[in-house]
Design a protein around this ligand. Structure first.
Ligand SMILES: Cc1cc2nc3c(=O)[nH]c(=O)nc-3n(C[C@H](O)[C@H](O)[C@H](O)COP(=O)(O)O)c2cc1C
Length: 181
């Protein structure tokens, strides 16, 4: 089981949001935490479409999430919200699966037009699973170069991501301390 679970909500094969998620994951890993990723594309479409709660991949995902200290969740904006594939996956998780966990939300979009999708769609979804959202980061396509190891072209976005990772690590450490006390 890993300290941090990354959840990718993009159905795209060459996904920008997932590339950003991977970058965040490797940065967190360099801070000494173990990281694992669940992508909606790893879950059989049948399980998502027909709500197979007992599918092995869903049971494994639930266990990994439940045992993680913290979550980073990413989604592209699709029609002004997170993707349907992410929602289909989330619908198969227990109601309080993010309880006591800091959750870093990341969204990518074609433009700034749906910048608030992170506030009005992704954060409420995290809240319903009892997660504690960090501010999160919204990134437009022109701020991402998915062929680079560090895909963030825009320095201010890069700085914001670094800050959010710092807060996430702080939240994990505080939680460990409160467990020890
Ligand atoms: C079906 C579909 C719907 C989209 N809807 C929006 C939208 O409403 N607003 C927006 O800003 N971008 C929209 N986009 C653009 C994607 O959010 C953007 O390109 C994103 O970075 C893609 O991420 P991905 O490569 O991880 O899938 C849409 C793209 C697709 C394929």
């Amino acid at each position: 089981m890993s300290d941090i679970v990354l959840i990718s909500g993009s159905p795209s094969v060459q996904s920008r949001s997932e590339k950003v998620l991977d970058f965040i994951g490797s940065t967190i890993q360099h801070s000494g935490y173990s990281v694992t990723k669940i992508s909606v594309t790893d879950i059989p479409a049948e399980a998502l479409m027909y709500g197979h709660y007992n599918h092995e991949k869903i049971k494994n995902a639930v266990q990994q999430i439940a045992n993680a200290k913290s979550i980073v969740i990413s989604s592209p904006v699709y029609k002004a919200a997170y993707t349907g594939a992410l929602k289909a996956f989330i619908d198969l998780l227990p109601q309080d699966v993010f309880k006591h966990k800091a959750v870093l939300p990341i969204m990518t979009g074609g433009s700034l037009a749906h910048l608030l999708a992170i506030e009005y769609t992704l954060k409420p979804l995290i809240a319903i699973l009892k997660g504690q959202s960090l501010n999160g980061v919204f990134i437009t396509d022109e701020q991402i170069n998915k062929t680079e190891k560090n895909p963030i072209i825009d320095q201010s976005i890069y700085d914001r991501i670094e800050k959010q990772i710092e807060y996430l690590v702080e939240a994990i450490e505080k939680r460990s301390i409160s467990i020890l006390q």
